[in-house]
Structure formats: structure tokens, C-alpha cells
Write a protein that binds this ligand. Structure first.
Ligand SMILES: Cc1ncc(COP(=O)(O)O)c(C=O)c1O
Length: 376
């Protein structure tokens, strides 16, 4: 059964069925343009991360604004976006299962494709898959730059780069140096210090690669919390930020970095009040409508209201202590800013795109979440 979208093109905002995943198209387009200008003015490539939106439609808008392509995190995400017409993909994650590597190699016959690696086994398996498929894959060696997740030491990065260039069908595209742990450090000074460490590790890895006679064409990385610092480093040539396109509540809670473009909230969950008591209002959006791994949503433009978790299908709204406003009445609509955009998007089948603002806008687009559920 296909899931019915919450609105159709031409509907007024007030007619959107709830809960619904809604994009303020004007705000999103401004975010896309601001990041494109930021990268262009610094002579950097922009390859936004599509794990944020999982949407071929949004990826195409980013590419039309100057992005060289997009990053994805999963093989199935890459396949879905390729099917949606995105022609330049970087799978910025390790893939080790042979069945998946066969799919990577097959996909590389259809689109320009790069993959991250951090092991000799991963490179050998990828090389075999590519030889079997008769395709070509570009390879980034991932350096561990501070998060303590994937990636190798600078010295090991040199060895792996040399292993990559030994395989026909693989080309060494450079180094992946993404510091996930830096992104939500609240103060700009803490994030800058974390990226200083990442820059040190990436520089050492590049030196290790070139000392073995292998050219290192590019260092790629950065997220929405830190890209200003990678951009200023002189070593990163490509920015991978993703969440800037929507700016979720968790990112808005960061202290902005000096010189960062002013991004706006562009992703919302439309909800309405379905039950009311004297003390609280209950809305129809619970954590099946928005992810809560990074905390609860904020009620847009109602700082006097606190959102409390009401379970899978409900949210409970109460007036904050000392607030003078009124709780919304039965049937009243509100807009929630999700705590974390990526997993929120993965809960929905459709994006409803509003033009002309949230309250007064008109539905201009209804897009599928192209790679919804693509977790393999
Ligand atoms: C490898 C990689 N690059 C870039 C990003 C984008 O980060 P953000 O959405 O925080 O901007 C992520 C996010 O998890 C990532 O894993």
C-alpha cells in the first residue's frame, strides 16, 4: 500500500493533514544559497551530506546551486539517489560486506562514485568487486581525527593510500577527515579546538601519503557545526556539511561560529491539538513523527510553551513557568522544530513543501523521502 501524502499541490497550509513533515521552501533555498556562496567565495568544493534529507529533489537543488555532488552514508541510499537522477555520489562510510561491495561496484557503472575505506581488507574486497564489475571507484582513506569512530592513524593512511593505487579500477581521491564529535560542542571555541586537532591529524596523514610518492588530491570533511574552521584550515578542499539545509533545534542551540552564514529553520513537523485540559494541550505528534535522540522539538515561535514527551503519538504542551500566553485550543495548529533532522526525515514518506511562509503559505511540492528506510 502506498502511503497517502498529507497534502496536495495548491493546498493552503491550513489544509495539511497532521502530523506532516513540512519544508519552508523559501528558508531552505536561502540556506542552500548561503552555503553555496560560502564555499564558492573560499574556492572550496561543496559536497553536502544527503543523509540529512535522503531526497533526490533536494540533492538536485544543491547541485544546481553549485555542489559538486552529494555524500551518502549507505549503499542503499546511494542506489536510491542514483535512481532519482543524482549522478555524482560519495559514500563517505566504510563498506565491508562483499555483497554490498558488489552493489557499490555495479552502481559505479551508472554514476560517478567514491567510497571511504579504513582497512586493507576493505580495499582488497572493493578491488575484487570492481574488477568483477568492470567499473571504477574513487577511494578516500579515512583518517581518525578525534571522534574515536572510524578511520586510521596518519601513518596507516599512507600505507592504505599506497595499497589503493596498486589496484587498477581504484583511484586514490584523497583523505576523509570528518570529526563527528566536534559538531555539537556548544561553544564555538570548543569546536575550533577540536577541529585544530583534526587539521593536525589530516595534515600528518597527507604528509604520510605524499612521502610514499602518492599524490593526495583532496582532503574532505566538515559538518554544520564546524565547517567554518575546516574552511579556514588551508588543508580541507571540500566541505560535507548536511544539516545546514534544514537547521534542526540541536544545531540552533550551538553558539554560532564567527563568520558562519545565518541558517534558518526550514524543516518542521506540522501538528495540531487533539485534546485539551485546563493545564495542558495534547498534540498529534509524538516520537513516531520526530526523533528524540537529540532532545525534544521546540514549538516554533511559541517560546512560552514547553513540549513534553507524550509517547509515540502525542506531545504534551504546557505553558512555561511565569509565561503569560494562552495554551492553543482544540484543533489549533502548531509547527515543531525537530531536535535532530536526519532521523526525523527517516520517519516520513513525504515532504510537503510550502511557499510563502508557514502559516500563510501554499503547498508547492510534495516530494517523496527518496531514501527513506535505506539503512543497509
Ligand atoms: C561523514 C560525514 N560527513 C558529513 C556529515 C554532515 O554533518 P551535519 O549533518 O552535522 O552537517 C556527517 C553527519 O553525520 C557525516 O557522517
Amino acid at each position: 500500500m502506498s502511503v497517502r501524502a498529507q497534502a496536495k499541490v495548491g493546498d493552503a497550509a491550513a489544509a495539511i493533514d497532521t502530523p506532516a513533515l513540512v519544508i519552508d521552501l523559501d528558508a531552505m533555498e536561502r540556506n542552500i544559497a548561503r552555503m553555496a556562496v560560502f564555499a564558492r567565495e573560499r574556492g572550496l568544493r561543496l559536497r553536502p551530506h544527503a543523509k540529512t534529507h535522503k531526497s533526490a529533489d533536494i540533492a538536485r537543488l544543491q547541485c544546481a546551486a553549485g555542489a559538486v555532488g552529494v555524500c551518502v552514508q549507505k549503499v542503499s541510499e546511494a542506489e536510491a539517489l542514483a535512481d532519482g537522477g543524482v549522478a555524482d555520489l560519495y559514500l563517505s562510510n566504510e563498506v565491508i560486506a562483499e555483497g554490498k561491495l558488489a552493489r557499490v561496484a555495479a552502481l559505479a557503472r551508472r554514476v560517478r562514485l567514491a567510497l571511504a575505506v579504513d582497512s586493507a581488507l576493505g580495499i582488497d574486497r572493493l578491488a575484487r568487486a570492481v574488477a568483477h564489475a568492470g567499473s571504477e571507484v574513487e577511494v578516500f582513506v579515512e583518517v581518525e581525527v578525534g571522534q574515536g569512530r572510524c578511520g586510521v592513524t596518519p601513518v596507516e593512511a599512507g600505507r592504505l593510500a599506497r595499497q589503493v593505487v596498486a589496484h587498477p579500477g581504484l583511484s586514490f581521491a584523497g583523505l576523509q577527515a570528518y570529526h563527528g564529535g566536534a559538531q555539537h560542542l556548544r561553544s564555538a571555541a570548543e569546536r575550533e579546538a577540536a577541529i585544530r586537532h583534526a587539521v593536525g591529524a589530516a595534515s600528518a596523514a597527507r604528509a604520510a601519503v605524499t612521502s610514499l610518492g602518492v599524490a593526495c588530491p583532496l582532503v574532505t570533511g566538515a559538518g554544520t557545526g564546524s565547517f567554518v574552521f575546516e574552511a579556514a584550515s588551508g588543508i580541507y578542499g571540500e566541505l560535507q556539511a548536511g544539516s545546514y539545509v534544514f537547521l534542526d533545534r540541536d544545531y540552533a542551540d550551538n553558539e554560532p561560529a564567527p563568520g558562519a552564514p545565518a541558517f534558518e529553520h526550514a524543516l518542521f513537523v506540522a501538528t495540531q491539538v487533539l485534546s485539551r485540559s485546563a493545564a495542558h494541550a495534547v498534540v498529534d505528534a509524538g516520537h513516531k513523527s520526530h526523533a528524540i535522540d537529540s532532545g525534544l522539538p521546540r514549538v516554533w515561535r511559541r517560546d512560552d510553551i514547553e513540549f513534553a514527551n507524550g509517547g509515540d503519538e502525542h506531545g504534551i504542551l504546557r505553558l512555561r513557568h511565569g509565561a503569560s500566553g494562552k495554551l492553543p485550543g482544540l484543533g489549533e495548529r502548531l509547527w515543531l522544530v525537530p531536535g535532530h533532522c536526519d532521523p526525523t526525515v527517516n520517519l516520513h514518506d513525504h515532504y510537503v513543501g510550502l511557499r510563502g511562509g508557514l502559516d500563510a503559505g501554499t503547498v508547492e511540492s510534495v516530494w517523496p523521502v527518496t531514501a527513506r528506510g535505506c539503512v543497509t
